[in-house]
Design a binder for this molecule. Structure first.
Ligand code: HPA
Length: 288
């Protein structure tokens, strides 16, 4: 069975569970950031374990549930937890759920993650809007034959080579900034650099990444963004600064610190996502 057929089979399975709901927005909730799924109305919950060909998360704090319903009135498909390259999955497997979202007709995705802060001035628990990324994972999810069927009929999509000059949608960033302002928050923009992990970085690596222009470092999101753009899906990226990157803090890094910091902003993130979802609906529906 081809990869495309596996995606189609998974999408068919999920679609059958959704009834008349047609999700237009996909949301991926990262480490410790799962609470936003609780704000979804008329929830239909599908465990990843039930979905054919879907990868299963092995990391603590990633629950592995697909939650469909409405958020801020917008039909959404929320992934509570994702799988990572460092778990041993290929980037094809890591981005499989994103492909399923594409097959289900999602037009925009919000990708959230926990990240280390590389520049001075970030506070633990701060949300940062991703303006651009640097891929230092050493791989790209699109390596291999190109399958143009992943365009799903969208113009300028499913191409072998494609533009990444606005990987993170400018208009969605404006929406997010305005939504945050209404919540009394200011959203700074940053550059997210992805590493494979699972080891955290060395101080020398962080100094190098800072010189390269990165302000955030993490182990996810970039493969999903690349695959979403391949399908012509708009991307909004939000990082939660869970720790200061290696060498910038007096204490060694650990995963529970990352997880706990995520827990601190879960609520704030959930409120922000609800407002963004409400506004994104107006944008994408206007084009449908
Ligand atoms: N480095 C890499 N990934 C991360 C970090 C970090 O400091 N914090 C959260 N995810």
């Amino acid at each position: 069975m081809s990869y495309f057929d596996e995606v189609s089979e998974a999408a068919h399975f999920v679609r059958a569970k959704l009834g008349s709901l047609k999700p237009r927005l996909g949301i991926v909730l990262g480490s410790g950031l799962g609470a936003a799924a609780d704000a979804v109305h008329d929830r239909v919950i599908v465990p990843y374990d039930d979905i054919p060909h879907f990868p299963k998360s092995t990391v603590e704090g990633h629950s592995g549930l697909l939650v469909a319903g409405t958020l801020g009135g917008t039909p959404v498909l929320v992934m509570q937890g994702r799988v990572h390259f460092y778990e041993g999955y290929s980037l094809k497997e890591v981005t499989f759920p994103m492909r399923v979202m594409g097959a289900l007709g999602v037009r925009a995705v919000i990708l959230t993650n926990a990240a280390g802060g590389i520049i001075d001035g970030y506070k633990i628990g701060q949300l940062v809007l991703i303006a651009d990324h640097i891929n230092m994972m050493g791989w790209n999810p699109l390596v291999g034959p190109n399958d143009p069927r992943f365009a799903f009929g969208r113009p300028n999509s499913g191409l072998r080579f494609f533009d990444m000059s606005e990987a993170y949608s400018k208009r969605l960033r404006q929406v997010a900034t305005q939504a945050a302002e209404l919540e009394g928050q200011t959203l700074e923009e940053g550059v997210y650099l992805a590493v494979s992990g699972p080891s955290f970085e060395t101080p020398a690596e962080i100094r190098a990444f800072r010189t390269m222009g990165a302000t955030l470092v993490g182990m996810s999101t970039v493969p999903e963004t690349i695959v979403a753009r391949h399908m012509g899906i708009e991307v909004l990226g939000l990082s939660c600064v869970t720790n200061l990157a290696s060498g910038l803090s007096a204490t060694p890094l650990n995963h529970s610190e990352v997880f706990e910091a995520g827990k601190l902003v879960e609520r704030k993130l959930a409120e922000l996502l609800e407002r963004i979802a409400m506004w994104i609906a107006a944008l994408v529906e206007a084009e449908a």
